[in-house]
Design a binder for this molecule. Structure first.
Ligand SMILES: Nc1ncnc2c1ncn2[C@@H]1O[C@H](COP(=O)(O)OP(=O)(O)OP(=O)(O)O)[C@@H](O)[C@H]1O
Length: 596
């Protein structure tokens, strides 16, 4: 998703966006946070109890615990032991609870994000997919989502607990000795500054790492998808080299991040040491002078460790946080990607759809190439057949894409049964159109699953009838597993002609009022093509058919033939009319019939 990761918004902005996204989980987040806080408080408490115990041993009847009403030292030790037991038990219980809560939250949130991202991506316009590689999208929906999951599994709790340590230990310090507190806290601003400095440095580096992961997975999926082409061009070595370059770019991006993150820990360690030594020596002096209770001194020394050492772990947590926020930004950016082709949900085309199609002054240009179509006027009465012919790249498929609202025209409008398609729901519009496109896509699964894709409840009789019309039944029947034969990924186990016939049968089974055949029979032999033409003529009587063909012999019977050239309709009429005009169609006909 190039261009997106350079987004300058900080990681905290990404966190705020994530929290907004996760508002449905507010109660769970609050519960998990509360358990993290309580666990940390229980975790700090034993250190305080050690101090209290020293106080008991040293001061006995005048100790702090004695002032609570436990007179003998034995009683005091016993009560401290009981308290220690409950504190440890409490700590264990809340550890269990926060682990469960955070991890469950991580699971739910990652599943939601992936699902939402996928569902949103499905709604996005075709132009979005043309500007993004599928590998990048897969990386976002898998790696980025997992990265966030890892942070929620442990990082979020660690961040909260560091904050609780600072506040709780700080409070104890200030109660016991404000002077030592100030000394012990002196390194904290440095540590926090270091953390932010690191965050600023590491943020863009991690964004770059995520970008490189995307590129790497994009290359992998493209290459594995195009393995036959690679082999046929014996390009294995070249491709291996290119993959190595992508891998290397990923390594280097990571190395930059590693250099920064590795420097952080030693620096923080020295700052921690300064704070610890200050408490240790100044507190010790004060205890010797008698201005600080011995027990309090013990508490301070132990707590300094509790306060400062976890901060060394902050580097790792911030590391995790930065990575997770770079990922979060990518996921949420994908979710925020605007949909330009708006669905008018709830406003279905008037049923039953008769299939009258009209293009009125339709113009459209692809933003990326500037190519497109201009001022197209076409009218196809319901039940008629329109053939679109013309040189390659003249804009025929573009007309179909506009009719399916893969894009919206920049000018003019398209109507079905007199209703502008922009004001109809995408469901009802696309439900009314059966498309057999040039690039046949079969899903991994059985022939039956592929054929019933547009009509999951079709009976075997209906499936067979559609397969017969598409001249696919004889070869399906000959397969050992018949309709249950697996077609392989993208239909690789079928021949090109078989794939086309399956795709045609799939569209026919949907039984749409408008059938679009874009070079639907280009990969079958002449005999099969003629047979398909005959069946199509039979079923074409009660539906509108729009066909695109290069072989003019297949469209001579169309009610209207429109010749498209450089994005415009330059001639239209019946076969005979166009021949009589002696224009572009006539010239093409001469070439194809060998009369030129
Ligand atoms: N997604 C796209 N982005 C940018 N340009 C595109 C896109 N799809 C098609 N084009 C361009 O638009 C023009 C019309 O393409 P279109 O696919 O409609 O032609 P066509 O007449 O169907 O060609 P063919 O007979 O070869 O299938 C071509 O110049 C093509 O390069």
């Amino acid at each position: 998703m190039s261009g997106k990761t350079s987004n300058p918004t900080s990681s905290f902005a990404a966190l705020a966006r994530l929290i907004r996204y996760a508002r449905g989980y507010r109660r769970q987040i609050i519960a998990a946070t509360t358990c993290s806080i309580i666990n940390k408080l229980f975790d700090i408490a034993p250190e305080i109890l050690i101090g209290v115990a020293i106080d008991v041993v040293v001061n006995q009847e005048t100790s702090f615990v004695a002032s609570l009403g436990f007179e003998t030292a034995k009683e005091q030790i016993t009560i401290l032991a009981v308290m220690t037991f409950f504190i440890w038990a409490g700590e264990s219980l809340f550890e269990y609870l926060f682990q469960i809560l955070w991890r469950n939250l991580a699971q739910r949130l990652q599943a939601d994000l992936r699902q939402d991202a996928y569902e949103h991506a499905q709604r996005l316009d075709m132009s979005f997919f043309e500007s993004r590689s599928s590998g990048q999208l897969v990386a976002t929906m898998n790696d980025d989502v997992n990265q966030l999951e890892r942070f929620l599994d442990g990082g979020a709790n660690a961040m909260i607990q560091v904050a609780v340590s600072i506040v709780a230990v700080g409070a104890v310090f200030f109660i016991l000795s404000p002077l030592v507190a100030v000394l012990a806290f002196t390194p904290i601003p440095l540590i926090v500054w270091g953390a932010f400095y690191f965050q600023r440095k590491a943020g863009p580096l991690y964004a770059d790492v995520r970008e490189k992961v995307g590129e790497l997975s994009s290359r992998l999926s493209n290459n594995l998808g195009g393995i036959a082409t690679i082999k046929s061009f014996t390009a294995e070595a070249r491709e291996a080299e290119r993959l190595k370059a992508s891998s290397e770019a990923y390594v280097q991006a990571n190395q930059k991040a590693i250099r920064i993150s590795s420097a952080f820990i030693p620096v923080i360690r020295m700052a921690v040491l300064a704070g610890f030594l200050a408490t240790f020596t100044v507190g010790g002096m004060m205890a010797l002078e008698g201005t600080l209770n011995v027990g309090a001194y013990g508490v301070l020394v132990f707590l300094t460790q509790r306060l400062l050492w976890p901060l060394t772990g902050m580097a790792e947590v911030i590391d995790l946080f930065e990575r997770a926020m770079a990922s979060t930004r990518r996921i949420l950016d994908l979710l925020a990607e605007p949909v330009y082709v708006h669905d008018q949900e709830g406003t279905a085309l008037l049923q039953p759809v008769k299939g009258e199609v009209r293009f009125e002054q339709v113009s459209f240009h692809y933003p990326s190439s500037g190519a497109g179509i201009r001022d197209i006027d076409l009218h196809i009465p319901a039940g008629n057949t329109l053939a679109l012919v013309g040189t390659t790249g003249s804009g025929k498929s573009t007309l179909i894409k506009l009719m399916l609202r893969f894009y919206d025209p920049s000018n003019g409008r398209i109507l079905i049964d007199g209703q502008p398609i922009r004001s109809a729901s995408l469901d009802s519009l696309r439900g009314a159109i059966g498309l057999v496109s040039q690039d046949v896509y079969l899903f991994e699964g059985s022939i039956r699953e592929n054929l019933t894709y547009g009509r999951p409840d079709a009976t075997d009789e209906q499936i067979i009838e559609a397969a017969k019309t598409a001249e696919a039944w004889s070869f399906i029947q000959a397969l050992p597993d018949g309709l249950n034969t697996a077609v392989g990924e993208r239909g690789v186990r079928m021949s090109g002609g078989q794939r086309q016939r399956l795709s045609l049968a799939r569209a026919l089974l949907k039984d749409p009022p408008v059938l679009v055949l874009d070079e639907a029979t280009s990969a079958v032999d002449n005999e099969t093509e003629a047979a398909i033409q005959r069946s199509l003529k039979r079923i074409g009587h009660d539906r509108t058919v729009i066909m695109i063909a290069h072989r003019l012999s297949t469209i001579v019977d169309a009610d209207t033939i429109a010749v498209v050239d450089q994005g415009q309709v330059i001639e239209s009429g019946s076969h005979e009319q166009l021949l009589a005009q002696k224009g572009a169609y006539f010239a093409q006909w001469q070439v194809q019939t060998g009369q030129a």
